[in-house]
Design a protein around this ligand. Structure first.
Ligand SMILES: NC(=O)c1ccc[n+]([C@@H]2O[C@H](COP(=O)([O-])OP(=O)(O)OC[C@H]3O[C@@H](n4cnc5c(N)ncnc54)[C@H](OP(=O)(O)O)[C@@H]3O)[C@@H](O)[C@H]2O)c1
Length: 345
């Protein structure tokens, strides 16, 4: 009798997030496969390891897939993704369609009824694209606020081991969600099996619309932004517009670690301004904080912005639901205007 494969996870995209998730899983002695572009696969195989620093300081061996448990199995060939397991896409939003197409052409193999997919991208459109390619029943809702950043020397800085949320898009959890959560927990990655993953996804998107919209256009760090009353008001105005789209889609927003959206919506904005801009006891009022949100980092580094996957998608959803979102529309247009990805060549 053929034994079913042990639960394991794969990651599509060996960038900041993909490397951190894969390395932490391997470090905990579990099998993991990392599908990279050919140049990055070659670089990782040549280096023979993934190096993390920051919130975790680790050097984890990397070798061609399939690799033994404890080593990150790296490949550029989607056919090497193991059958019967979960594949989490960790490309940028604008790279996702290409990655989905490449993976779907090879995986899951015929007869593999258990293989499933999830997307870690910001925004909501990822799950529609995954469902369109793999079938809705193969898609698990996923979101993460784990923070990571690739460095020029090849290392990845882990800026924060924030929570990862997993759940069935139809609501609740399932054996495959619980198995994936167990793998991540074993790896020291905080995980919540969300009873309502759509609430988590939309709440995170409310926060992303506010943070990216304000931070990219004003080039401010998140800590600096959340100390400035005017920027907090601008953030909240984008949160409220996004929340109106969520309401039109019947989604109940919630309070999550680092984005208490339900609380922001329930009270007056000036109360939130006062709460956020008040210096925390013992904090240094002169410190501005250096943490730049990822889209702001992308702008400053001349990389393409995930404008369409976050903002244009929200505007599109609002239009279809008959919700007016003039601020989100303005942010979409301004970001498109400065998007380095639109002005190459
Ligand atoms: N980083 C964070 O802290 C963070 C936190 C929460 C959410 N997110 C979201 O997560 C997503 C990934 O972010 P990231 O920071 O990890 O991005 P990233 O560092 O740019 O990594 C993306 C990776 O995907 C690879 N890739 C692109 N197309 C591919 C394909 N067809 N097949 C295989 N790999 C492919 C890229 O290849 P190359 O190596 O050739 O460039 C790169 O390694 C984004 O949507 C981001 O908004 C990020």
């Amino acid at each position: 009798m053929i034994e079913p494969p042990l639960p394991s996870l794969s990651f599509v995209g060996a960038g900041s997030l993909g490397q951190v998730f894969a390395a932490l899983i391997a470090a905990s002695g579990q099998p993991v496969t990392l599908l990279a572009t050919p140049p990055t696969a070659a670089r990782l195989r040549e280096a023979g390891c993934i190096r993390l620093r920051g919130a975790v300081d680790l050097e984890i061996p990397a070798a061609p897939a399939p690799a033994p448990a404890g080593t990150v199995g790296v490949t550029a060939d989607p056919a090497r993704l193991p059958a019967g397991t979960g594949a989490l896409f960790a490309t940028k939003g604008h790279q996702l369609a290409g990655a989905i197409q490449a993976v779907r052409a090879q995986w899951p193999p015929p007869g593999d009824a258990a293989g499933w997919v999830g997307g870690l991208q910001n925004g909501l459109v990822k799950d529609d694209w995954l469902a369109g390619a793999f079938g809705a029943n193969r898609v698990v809702g996923a979101a993460t606020i784990l923070g990571a950043k690739r460095e020029p020397d090849g290392r990845v800085t882990v800026t924060g081991l924030g929570a990862t949320y997993l759940g069935e898009l139809g609501g609740g959890t399932s054996p495959r969600v619980t198995a994936a959560a167990h793998i991540l927990r074993q790896a020291g990655i905080p995980v919540t099996e969300a009873a309502d993953i759509r609430s988590a996804l939309w709440s995170k998107t409310c926060n992303a619309a506010g943070v990216f919209g304000v931070s990219v256009l004003t080039r401010t760090s998140a800590p600096r932004m959340f100390r400035d009353p005017d920027l907090i008001r601008a953030y909240l105005s984008l949160v409220r517009e996004t929340a109106a789209i969520a309401a039109a889609h019947g989604v109940a927003l919630g309070d999550y670690a680092s984005f208490p959206i339900r609380t922001f919506l329930a009270r007056g904005d000036e109360e939130t301004v006062a709460a956020l801009s008040a210096p925390a006891p013992g904090s240094d009022p002169a410190a501005t904080g250096a943490h730049l949100p990822s889209m702001t980092q992308d702008l400053l580094a001349g990389r393409a912005l995930e404008v369409d996957e976050v903002f244009a998608d929200l505007v599109h959803r609002a239009e279809r639901a008959g919700v007016l979102v003039p601020r989100l529309r303005l942010v979409r247009d301004l970001l498109r205007g400065i998007d380095p990805g639109r002005h190459r060549g």
